[in-house]
Design a protein. Structure first.
Length: 146
């Protein structure tokens, strides 16, 4: 099965740089499935869970927004934040979820609702990706530890 290079980069670091068979990612235009030799494309990335199929198995990456570029030799995701599922701290995400839910429930006059909703969405995505990654045996750990 053919592969293409996937690079997921944040302002801090390179999260993943690896040959993959398929990437599924939420863009401004909807969910996009990317196979090797996909047409060149640039798109915005929405908060979501990227599904990545690679020779070592299938795994998940949470991105909280960014930009996607597909070129003949690679797929690049420039993300605001990105974590592979197995590197997510579920306790931290759970605490963030509770905090956001509490803020939204209290509805104090100075609450920035959009900000709280976005924080809640990030936390839920992280909890979901951590669980999904665990279910598939966290293949990215094997890849990144090589
Ligand atoms: P928190 O309130 O827990 O900081 P947040 O949603 O405000 O959560 P972000 O601003 O999205 O956090 O991210 C800040 C940094 O922390 C990023 O580098 C991100 O990858 C990392 N990060 C956030 N939550 C987690 C988590 N649960 N596990 C691992 N890394 C995380």
């Amino acid at each position: 099965m053919s592969t293409t290079l996937l690079e997921v980069v944040t302002p801090d670091r390179v999260v993943v740089s690896h040959e993959v068979n398929m990437v599924s990612i939420l863009t401004g235009g909807g969910e996009l499935g990317i196979l090797p030799r996909h047409a060149e494309l640039a798109a915005t990335v929405k908060p979501g869970i990227m599904r990545v199929k690679m020779p070592e198995g299938e795994d998940y990456i949470v991105v909280t927004g960014g930009f996607l570029e597909i070129r003949p030799d690679r797929v690049t995701v420039l993300a605001e934040t990105a974590e592979i599922g197995s590197r997510i701290d579920p306790d931290r995400a759970e605490a963030a979820r509770r905090r956001a839910e509490q803020r939204l429930a209290e509805r104090r006059a100075d609450l920035n609702v959009r900000r709280a909703e976005f924080a809640l969405q990030r936390a839920i995505l992280r909890l979901e990706a951590a669980e999904l990654s665990k279910q598939v045996g966290t293949p990215f750990e094997r890849v990144l530890n090589k």
